[in-house]
Design a protein around this ligand. Sequence first.
Ligand code: 6CS
Ligand code: FE
Length: 301
Amino acid sequence: MLTAPTAEDLYPSRVDPEARMLARRDPVVHGAADGPLDASQCAAFDRDGLLVLPGLLSPAEVASLDARVQELAAREAVQGLEETIREPDGGEVRSVFRFHALDDVLARLIRDRRLVGPVVQLLGGPVYVHQSRVNLKPGFSGKDFYWHSDFETWHVEDGMPRMRAVSASISLTDNEVFNGPLMLIPGSHRVFVTCIGETPDDHYRQSLRRQEYGVPDQVSLRRLADRGGIVAPTGPAGTVVLFDCNTMHGSNSNISPYPRRNAFVVYNSVENQLVEPFGRTRPRPEFVAHRQDVTPLVPEP
Ligand code: 6CS
Ligand code: FE
């Protein structure tokens, strides 16, 4: 079932004793497919590695999705699932993975053509869901997500061969400067920052609560931020941020009284399916990285 890693590892990480900044070896916008984004939006995504789409979902839609997410996270049957990740101190629910398989209303979201359309356009062809998750980040106690490139983890721990995936972050509550919004470094997607340290088996059990391996070094982070700055798109619920799989991002903890909930859907090109992990570890389970369920999405209204 598993394909061996391709002969050449284009993005070796967690092998060298020192961090390096390697040039990206894949396009950002793949091909010139038609789609809902105009030329300036495609150019902005190519340049920054991210694109903000305000008001993509209506307030009524967001309200019903958000209610579903809260209901899902509180559902007794969901509490014991491995899809449910708790905050590092063990208390509240931090994330629920694979939400599209756990709730039929949320399942429709991942096929919504307002999301799939732009992603297919950017990735130059059909896509499937590599990962879905909701992050709850409760008021007062929601913990941070340290800086990382998702691709680094997906390459080393999941065997994603190339940079040809896009994440959609769908805000379900208002994103304010004070409730731990997503922060991104524009332009960082063009550099692959290699990380230090060998990955322990079943690292995901720890990393999904607080990451230890696959963490970029401070010198590289400073360099990327000096060049590109840091953006933290704020705005009302219903805003969607599309970002490249290698864009450096993270978020602060939330000590405000207000929660910050969002849904993440990671779309991967069907031509970029997973092989054996490049870090030679045991593949992570299906709920964090789909290998079996890779049916191309048919966009729906
Ligand atoms: O390990 C992962 O796949 C997940 N971890 C983080 C911090 N972001 C991306 C992804 O959801
Ligand atoms: Fe991430």
